[in-house]
Design a binder for this molecule. Structure first.
Ligand code: UN1
Length: 494
């Protein structure tokens, strides 16, 4: 009998209001049922939002350094449980243990970064234009925050939000992805053990259309952070806009790696293999376009195919496997749809382009690493996010041409350029329209203490990670302290 998991509302583990559940299965082996999780209702969100609002009254008064201490303790617990959490994550998400260990580490890094931020949270003081008057401006929490997270980074993305949000003094209603609910419950367990008071973090499992929608529509929830597709992000933004909520959107990418004539080819090959096929291409930062200088194109492709076909597909929990499964049936069908479009549009599929179904792979959602050459910059597979192990190769004839192709998409998350020419590198840093720019490194590899996010259709101007995320989880309060003892009129008496 598969284990039954629960929501956590107001310090109590509980079922959904109508007792319904959904199943969570291992994407590498459908026979492996991880457990049943609550299919929650709008009433559950209502209850969670009310509890979070009640908890906010006292949580906001706890000194920020003490709130930071809870994050530090959470980081210590994560460190202790790192291998166990990685195994749980691989079982429900599919990526290799090496990668899930990295995902947990990103959470640990964020915990320790945020712990110390509790002792900073810097504000401003400025001179007043009037005598005997003190001007200060400091950060205050927003209030109850809603958090809707995806399945590809089940620990890193929730912690990027929850830890800074808590340190800033907010409380949460958290809806994790239906495909990775177990890791989310572990995070809640960790924060309970670290001493988080009841009601401060509430987890409500279930469908985006029900639980996610209720979070965006609930008037007590003042800010919503969403990571997922651009299509859903726009729905979230519209719903939040009606109630003038803060909304932080981290959405799609169509990230390019450029390789110039003078690049270190070995380095560039390793970069694209990791960027395109790591996490089975299921990262918003994944390399989905490879822009090659025409003079190196054929040799580079030949070597890339040689390397990519050696990648070992399989259950991510087994050592030696390089590429795990696709998260679910729907996502694999989506990849298949794009591959068919690529072929129809005239691109040449030089590797993969089909499911992997040998032996044990038959029981999982596996798909072979796929490479298309002869891709036109404006074709569908070069423009739309596929979220799978599909790489579109495009030729360029100069750096200017490569930058133009890189910028010719709606998205602007991450980019990479391989070159030994410092002038070219700096030019690219200046002109590529993205939020994250790598030189001689792949499009993936963001660090917890740097701002994370993108421009154009990737985001809405906010950043996660590092110090920048505190701009989302706080408001500014400006304070004027007049100690002159008489009426002083700004703009008039000075
Ligand atoms: C994501 O792709 O959704 O830079 C997040 C990276 C990771 C985070 C990715 N550290 O690839």
């Amino acid at each position: 009998m598969a284990q039954k998991f629960q929501n956590y509302i107001d310090g109590i583990w509980c079922d959904s209001s109508d007792g319904e559940h959904f199943e969570n299965r291992n994407p590498a082996n459908w026979d492996d049922i991880i457990g049943h999780f609550p299919l929650s209702t709008a009433a559950d969100v209502e209850r969670a939002a009310n509890c979070a609002a009640e908890a906010f009254k006292s949580w906001r008064l706890i000194p920020a350094p003490h709130r930071g201490d809870i994050c530090r303790k959470a980081g210590d617990i994560m460190l202790r449980r790192k291998a166990e959490i990685a195994a749980i994550m691989t079982r429900e998400m599919g990526k290799t243990i090496t990668e899930t260990l990295g995902d947990v580490q990103e959470g640990i890094d964020t915990a320790f970064y945020c712990a110390t931020e509790g002792r900073r949270l810097f504000g401003y003081n400025t001179p007043s234009e009037l005598p005997n008057k003190l001007n200060l401006s400091f950060r205050v929490p927003v209030g109850v925050c809603g958090l809707i997270t995806p399945w590809n980074f089940p620990m890193a993305i929730p912690t990027w939000n929850i830890f800074p949000g808590l340190v800033a003094g907010n409380t949460f209603v958290f809806k994790p992805a239906e495909d990775t609910p177990h890791t989310a419950n572990i995070l809640v367990e960790i924060l309970i053990e670290a001493g988080l008071p009841k009601g401060v973090l509430n987890i409500v499992h279930g469908a985006g259309e029900v639980v996610g929608a209720a979070i965006t529509e609930h008037p007590l929830i003042r800010a919503v952070s969403f990571t997922g597709s651009t299509k859903t992000g726009r729905i979230v933004a519209q719903a939040c806009g009606k109630l003038t909520k803060h909304v932080c959107l981290e959405m799609g990418g169509k990230n390019a790696q450029i390789v110039m004539l003078d690049a270190d080819m070995e380095l560039a090959l390793n970069g694209v293999l990791w960027g395109a096929f790591g996490t089975t291409g299921q990262r918003c930062t994944a390399t989905s376009r490879l822009i090659l200088h025409e003079d190196i194109h054929d040799t580079f492709i030949q070597q890339l195919i040689g390397r990519a076909e050696k990648l070992k597909l399989g259950d991510g929990s087994i050592e030696g496997n390089d590429v795990g499964p696709i998260i679910n049936q729907k996502q694999r069908e989506n990849i298949e749809r794009y591959v068919a479009i690529g072929k129809k549009e005239g691109a040449i599929c030089v590797l993969g382009g089909e499911r992997a179904e040998d032996g044990d792979l038959k029981k999982g959602w596996f798909y072979k690493p796929t490479i298309f050459t002869g891709v036109l910059p404006n074709s569908t597979i070069a423009q739309q996010e596929i979220f799978g192990p599909v790489l579109s190769v495009i030729k360029c004839n100069s750096l200017a041409n490569a930058i133009e192709i890189t910028n010719s998409v709606d998205y602007g998350l991450s980019s990479s350029l391989y070159t030994k020419n410092i002038n070219d590198a700096l030019l690219a840093v200046r002109d590529i329209e993205v939020g994250i720019c790598y030189i001689n490194a792949p499009t993936i590899g963001a660090e917890a203490h740097m701002p994370f996010g993108g421009v154009k259709s990737t985001g809405n101007g906010h950043r996660e990670g590092g110090w920048a995320v505190f701009d989302f989880y706080t408001e500014w309060k400006s304070v004027y302290l007049d100690y002159s003892g008489h009426l002083q009129r700004a703009q008039i008496d000075n």
